[in-house]
Design a protein around this ligand. Structure first.
Ligand code: FAD
Ligand code: MLT
Ligand code: ZN
Length: 462
């Protein structure tokens, strides 16, 4: 069956590069969740937009399901191919296409790694401000499909804010040219925005026109040690009131211990239960005074127990490592990941309730808290005890997530702040979206992909 299908694909798109070795099927069939056993039909690596269109025309004719695939750094199972799907990898479409000085836009192919996008923007004296630790491996297409967030959302917003135009191949193989980088365009539904965050279920992003911006003024990075969780949002308010924050990230001592074991340098002699990494512009004397005022205010209130401010770029990078290396440091423990958000104003009460819930629910597991607290986004990672079967561990965690979803619902929060729903969180979509919303989402999916070929089973069941 698979041989005849692949023969027909070869006949339909003769120059298409295909991979079918077991090692390749495994490599391209999973993402960072590593929870599902990969089982794709084959891996298609188109070298042009026309080839993407031809693959989708063939998939439509043959009713073959397709999983769009970027860097597979996703954390919600969105790029997993476990049911005989064709993986359509964008990795060969990885080039910058054009820069427009007047529009200040950079047009790139969807498979371009985020870090390469940063470099291409920098070559033009500008920046593309969405950034996070997977920058070297994730693709801009994957960032768009997940509406990726990261460490600078507090200053610049999510990926959504930076997409001026998109070229998208539909399930039937048509090419859509969405918004064409117009600044103003009130001509009906904005399908570009609909594509952003659609997790490969509405179309395949093949090109993106990105807005760029001026480089930020030189910034400093500060690491703060906090005596308790309750003061976290007070510290945030004290710093935000006085400084233009570029980042405000938090992690616990448990997270720090994993990062130190992974090779980072110890920041303080003493152990503190909580830490914040914050970044802010600081150019002149007034800026320096504002930092000191925020720090002293926090010390005077007993909200901060210690602090260090970067004196060089190297030290700034070292401080950032303490936060950015958490995901890699935890990866060997195959964590069960929660990625939740509430309005920032709801954070103190949500944190207190969640702490209590998880303290009672997870007495037997190690729980690691960190996240983009300045955006109201918390990552709660539960570590699998060595020797425990993955299925048993996930089953236990899911019971707790059901309770967490109820708390989120009460606070009007989201079960996925930035990683997407994928396979991991689809059982909890209704804690964040109303039945009417989900029905409309299904209707949109039905209109754009009536046969359900694109990334089936992700976001919601067919
Ligand atoms: P993939 O994992 O390949 O795919 C993700 C989803 O997008 C899938 O549903 C896939 O089908 C779809 N897709 C991929 N390419 C396309 C395309 N061209 N067209 C249509 N659909 C497509 N995420 C954050 O938001 N913030 C963070 O701070 C963050 N930090 C991370 C740190 C580490 C160390 C790691 C490993 C991951 C992190 N992530 C973070 C998660 C991940 O990097 C993002 O979700 C990223 O956007 C995924 O990009 P990707 O190219 O790897 O996508
Ligand atoms: C992060 O903020 O570090 C990422 O979203 C990755 C993660 O949640 O592990
Ligand atoms: Zn994150």
């Amino acid at each position: 069956m698979s041989h005849s299908l692949l023969d027909s694909l070869h006949a339909a798109v003769p120059a298409l590069r295909l991979k079918t070795d077991p090692g390749d099927l495994e490599h391209y069939g999973r993402d960072w969740t590593r929870r599902w056993t990969p089982n794709p039909l084959a891996i298609a690596l188109p070298g042009s937009v026309e080839e993407v269109q031809a693959v989708m025309r063939w998939a439509s004719e043959q009713a073959v399901k397709v999983v769009p695939s970027g860097g597979r750094t996703g954390l919600s199972g969105g790029a997993v191919a476990a049911n005989g799907e064709l993986v359509l990898s964008l990795e060969r479409l990885n080039k910058p296409l054009s820069f427009d000085r007047v529009d200040r836009t950079l047009t790139v192919q969807a498979g371009m790694p985020l870090q390469a996008v940063h470099e291409a923007a920098r070559e033009q004296g500008l920046v593309y401000p969405v950034d996070f630790a997977a920058r070297g491996s994730c693709s801009i297409g994957g960032n768009i499909a997940t509406n990726a967030g990261g460490i600078h959302v507090i200053r610049y917003g999510n990926t959504r804010e930076w997409i001026a135009g998109l070229k998208v191949v539909t399930a039937s193989g048509e090419l859509l040219d969405l918004n064409r980088a117009l600044v103003k365009n009130s001509s009906g539904y904005d399908l570009r925005q609909l594509m952003i965050g659609s997790e490969g279920t509405l179309g395949i992003v093949v090109e993106a026109t990105l807005r760029l911006t001026d480089p930020p003024p030189p910034s400093n990075v500060m690491l703060l040690a906090l005596p308790s969780f309750e003061v976290l949002m007070e510290v945030f308010a004290a710093f935000r009131q006085r400084l233009q924050l570029e980042a405000f990230e938090f992690f616990t001592d448990i997270a720090l211990r994993h990062v130190l074991a992974h090779g980072a340098a110890k920041p303080f002699e003493e152990v503190h239960p909580y830490y914040v990494v914050t970044e802010f512009a600081i150019g002149d004397e007034a800026g320096e005074a504002a930092v000191m005022a925020a720090f002293e205010d926090c010390m005077a209130h007993g909200w901060v127990s210690d602090g260090v401010i970067s004196q060089s770029d190297a030290q700034a990078r070292q401080l950032w490592r303490l936060r950015e290396d958490i995901t890699e440091a935890l990866a060997p423990h195959v964590p069960y990941k929660n990625d939740v958000s509430v309005r920032i104003s709801q954070m103190p009460v949500f944190l207190a309730q969640t702490m209590q819930l998880l303290g009672e629910a997870y007495p037997h597991f190690e729980v690691v808290w960190f996240g983009h607290i300045g955006d109201g986004n918390l990552h709660i990672n539960v570590l699998k005890p060595a020797g425990m079967a993955q299925a048993d561990f996930v089953r236990d965690c899911e019971q707790v997530t059901r309770l967490l979803a109820q708390v989120l619902k009460r606070h009007g929060g989201s079960i996925s702040a930035e990683h997407g729903i994928g396979l991991v969180k689809k059982a909890y979509l209704d804690s964040t979206r109303s039945p009417a919303e989900i029905a409309l989402m299904r209707g949109i999916r039905q209109a754009m992909d009536p046969a359900g070929l694109l990334n089936p089973g992700k976001l919601f069941d067919p």
